[in-house]
Design a protein around this ligand. Structure first.
Ligand code: BLA
Length: 869
């Protein structure tokens, strides 16, 4: 520590010559009313490292030492000049002369110029963390990458210091007793007692203000990032106004006080109108990029940063500058560049999700430590929500590497998530007034809302279109029993979903492909791989570079780098797949993203990369990523397929099974019926044979005849059963065939040259009952004809005709060549030449009645019987 004891306050500069001023070991600078340097002493050169030639004619506050372009320095100058009365002395810490320096500053209006004298008080270290970083930079030997996760371990919420533009008091939230304060507290509380720690807040702050704090604490409305903001005057200083911001966190009330500009226009303080106009212009933006461009421009206009960037995080927390608005003379361009996630480590992102903004006036300013009262005891003060928290020294080194001094970052929160940052950069220190900071934060919020609106509308439209497509596909499914065809053929197919360029369905061992897909066998192999890879509870899969995971896809990344897949059924028989091609992309990183972090030394293990040169990565095997809603829509479509098709198919399969069973039973019944017919026929033949045998044993001609008749009747029934047995259908018989066989039997049984001339229409099918009845009738009529119509020589010919007679009606005609029926013959009367009507005619009548048939009799010339049934 060096102490120089010259007292600039005591010297009248107007009385000295230039040489005399140069002889002083303090800095003496002459300024005009605007702050332009008119003279610069050798002492000033020694302190700043700048030559007089280099600075004369330039504005001291704005250009030469811009860290003084703050209300407490330039603000005092402007106010005093405006009043025409300026004589002020105060302490100021210059963060970067060649060495950080605490100095006594005097500004006094002289005869022609305003004299600025700078008397060094002490040279300073930059504070522990910054010293350590600087030391590590000096010793940096290796440049190989180290684990970026080391960055996440820095506890940035408890740095133990604040930026020098403000003063901090931390009090117990229960007792409102001061527990800790920044060491510069006397800059604003000049009349406070020696020891501030332990005092009640109300001893140093206006009591009405403390009362407000108490009330807000009581109503629990001062934590979680909420705050009280007020402009205050403090005891002992009528002129200065302080911007006070108070919040509560972790059991402490934290008060930050910052000198306000006396004249807002000196520091381009944003007005309400500025903000309103900016918000109006932002609302008019239609696209995301358009809104980002307007936001960058408006925030820059408001805050005066040389460059404002809209920085957007991706899903992996890498980021990209999507809009950039900057002064034309700054050639550095960050627009479109990507930055690895480790540039803004996880704990910083977590903190930015809670606290909305960070402003740094001077990267090289000397942090002001917080000192705690002995009673504070319970750990460091958590500065998560503090406005003036000092930023991580490693990050400040990053800013240095980026060529940035004054900076800002405001969290862009979209739907509760840190979407990005509004970043401000200035090559020199840059002060932004409290109201302007608040306005920039409001504008950033307005941008976040516009983003939300634009994104929500885009998403809504896109989703709506997809739901329509899905609806059409599902309707197609319900109308088709081939779900594969329903989804892959026709005017709407799987290809109309998710911006895919290829799609496929694996169903069992078959794969159906549409669009650009890997070949069928590869698609099947991908299906098998999915079956094995996907956990049993999972039904969907989505990856934008899946060939690196799935060997079967490795050869097809050009057309299928992205895969979205959904299993249809639990047994994973059926699978829907969508493919997206490789997006041949070059990603331009700012610096090599594999080496974001370099090894430091000593207590500082890691340092940020030094180079932000464009570093182009050829990305291969990457498709456009799938959105979460697309994955769930794919899942729901697969579910619909299962619902509509597979369950329906299962039902059909069930019914088909039942039908087959019924047919099998029917066939069995057929077989049984035939078997029965066969047996019945056999039995009847046996009975008929018995009757024939018995006939031969009796001698009585009437009895013999009776036996013969009965045998013939039994035979005729047997014939029908035989026909049934042989027929295709167990219900119907071919009447012609049956009657033909019957007549042959009857002629055979009658013997003695009896013959039947049969004319039968082929294929006349009649039901079983009708066939039996007609057979019995035919038996009676033919045997009768044999009996009665025989010529005297003993042999008669009988003509039998079987023919169709309109729909479902048949005609059986039996005619003999005898003399014909006598006049007045009736069924019920015996024939003239014979015995009674007997059983024969009765049986015929019974049969006719049974089948509802008609009998017509005529002589043509022999007797003719015609049955229409
Ligand atoms: C913080 N890093 C940040 C912040 C930004 C960036 C914007 C927020 C703090 C701020 O307001 O400045 C990074 N700044 C960028 C990027 C751009 C930019 C990407 O302008 C591009 C346009 N950073 C590193 C490494 C480490 C690291 C290697 O690169 C750690 C070893 C740390 N960055 C780091 C930390 C913070 C940070 C700890 C938190 C600073 C704080 O809030 O205290």
């Amino acid at each position: 520590m060096t102490t120089i004891v010259a007292d600039g306050d005591a010297i009248d500069m107007d009385a000295l010559t230039a040489e005399q001023r140069d002889g002083l070991d303090i800095g003496v600078i002459g300024l005009d009313a605007a702050g332009t340097i008119v003279s610069f002493s050798e002492g000033a050169s020694a302190l700043t490292g700048l030559s007089s030639d280099a600075v004369v004619g330039r504005n001291y506050f704005r250009e030469v030492v811009p860290s003084t372009n703050v209300p407490s320095f330039f603000g005092r100058f402007l106010s005093g000049t405006r009043r025409g009365q300026l004589d002020e002395s105060f302490d100021f810490v210059f963060g970067r002369m060649p060495q950080p320096l605490r100095a006594r500053v005097r500004m006094r209006r002289g005869d022609a110029v305003t004299w600025l004298t700078i008397s060094p008080v002490e040279t300073l270290g930059a504070g522990q963390p910054r010293e350590a970083v600087m030391a590590a930079i000096g010793r940096r030997v290796r440049a190989e990458p180290v684990d970026p996760q080391l960055c996440e371990r820095e506890p940035i919420h408890i740095p133990g210091s604040i930026q020098p533009n403000a003063v901090m008091l931390a009090a117990d939230a229960g007792t409102l007793e001061i527990l800790a304060h920044s060491t510069n507290v006397r800059d604003v509380l000049s009349r406070a007692p020696e020891r501030i720690a332990g005092l009640p807040l109300s001893d140093v702050l206006p009591s009405a203000f403390v009362e407000t704090i108490r009330q807000r604490l009581a109503s629990a409305t001062l934590d979680d990032g909420r705050s009280i903001r007020r402009t205050l005057k403090l005891a002992g200083d009528d002129r200065a106004s302080y911007y006070a911001i108070v919040h509560a966190h972790s059991g402490r009330v934290i008060v930050e006080l910052e000198l306000e500009p006396e004249h807002p226009e000196d520091f381009r303080v944003a007005t309400q109108t500025d903000s309103e106009l900016a918000v109006t212009r932002l609302r008019a933006a239609e696209t995301l990029n358009g809104a980002a461009r307007i936001a960058a421009l408006e925030v820059r206009a408001l805050t005066g940063f040389e460059c404002v960037l809209v920085y957007r995080f991706d899903g992996d927390w890498n980021g990209e500058a999507i809009a950039e608005d900057k002064v034309p003379d700054w050639s550095r361009a960050l627009l479109g560049l990507r930055f690895p996630a480790s540039d803004i480590p996880a704990q910083a992102r977590a903190l930015y999700t809670k606290a909305k903004s960070r402003f740094v006036i001077d990267r090289d300013s000397v942090p002001v430590p917080l000192v705690a009262a002995p009673a504070a005891g319970n750990g460091p003060i958590d500065l998560t929500f503090a406005q003036h928290r000092t930023l991580s020294p490693i990050h400040l080194e990053y800013q240095r590497n980026l060529g940035v001094n004054g900076s800002m970052s405001i969290s862009i929160m979209v739907e509760g998530r840190l979407w990005g940052l509004m970043i401000g950069h200035h090559r020199h220190p840059h002060y932004v007034a409290p109201e302007t900071r608040a306005a920039a934060t409001v504008l950033t919020d307005a941008f976040a809302m516009r983003v939300q609106e634009i994104e929500a509308r885009r998403l809504w439209t896109e989703r709506q279109a997809h739901l329509d497509t899905e609806g059409r596909l599902v309707r197609g499914l319900t109308r088709s029993d081939d779900f594969v065809a329903a989804l892959t053929a026709g005017s709407t197919t799987l290809l109309h979903l998710f911006g895919s360029t290829g799609a496929a369905i694996v169903s069992g061992t078959r794969a159906t492909l549409i669009g650009a897909t890997p070949p069928e066998e590869a698609v099947r192999a991908i299906g098998d791989w999915l079956k094995q890879t996907l956990a049993p509870a999972e039904t969907t899969y989505a990856d934008a570079n899946f060939p690196t995971q799935c060997p079967a896809a490795a050869a097809h990344r050009e057309i299928a780098s992205g895969l979205l897949a959904a299993f249809v059924d639990e047994s994973r028989e059926h699978l829907l797949l969508w493919f997206r091609p490789e997006v041949s992309s070059t990603v331009t990183w700012s610096g090599d993203p594999r080496k974001p972090v370099l090894a430091g030394s000593g207590p500082v293990a890691v340092l940020p990369r030094r180079s932000f040169e464009r570093w182009v990565e050829e990305r291969t095997g990457f498709a456009t990523p799938w959105a979460d809603w697309q994955v769930s829509l794919a899942g729901s479509l697969a579910h619909a397929v299962e619902g509509v098709v597979l369950r329906q198919r299962r039902k059909i399969d069930e019914l088909t099974g039942l039908l087959a069973e019924k047919e099998r039973l029917l066939a069995q019944k057929d077989l049984l019926t035939r078997e029965i017919d066969h047996r019945v026929k056999n039995s009847l033949q046996i009975v008929s044979a018995f009757l024939q045998m018995q006939r031969r044993q009796v001698t009585d001609p009437a009895a013999r005849q009776a036996f013969a008749d009965t045998s013939a009747r039994v035979m005729s029934v047997a014939r029908v059963h035989d026909s049934l047995y042989q027929a295709e259908n167990v219900e119907e018989v071919d009447l012609g065939q049956t009657i033909e066989a019957l007549c042959a039997d009857l002629a055979g049984m009658a013997g003695g040259g009896h013959a039947v001339d049969l004319t039968a229409e082929p294929g006349l099918m009649v039901p079983y009952r009708k066939a039996v009845a007609l057979s019995l009738i035919a038996t009676e009529l033919v045997t009768n004809a044999f009996k009665y119509a025989a010529k005297p020589e003993g042999v008669g010919r009988v003509a039998v005709t079987v023919s169709g007679h309109g729909a479902g009606t048949v005609r059986l005609r039996v005619c003999d060549d005898g003399e014909g029926l006598p006049e007045g013959w009736s069924e019920t009367k015996p024939r003239a030449n014979g015995t009674g009507v007997g059983l024969g005619m009765k049986l015929i009548r019974a049969m006719l009645d049974q089948i509802n048939a008609r009998l017509d009799v005529d002589n043509a010339p022999g007797a003719c019987f015609t049955i229409t049934a």
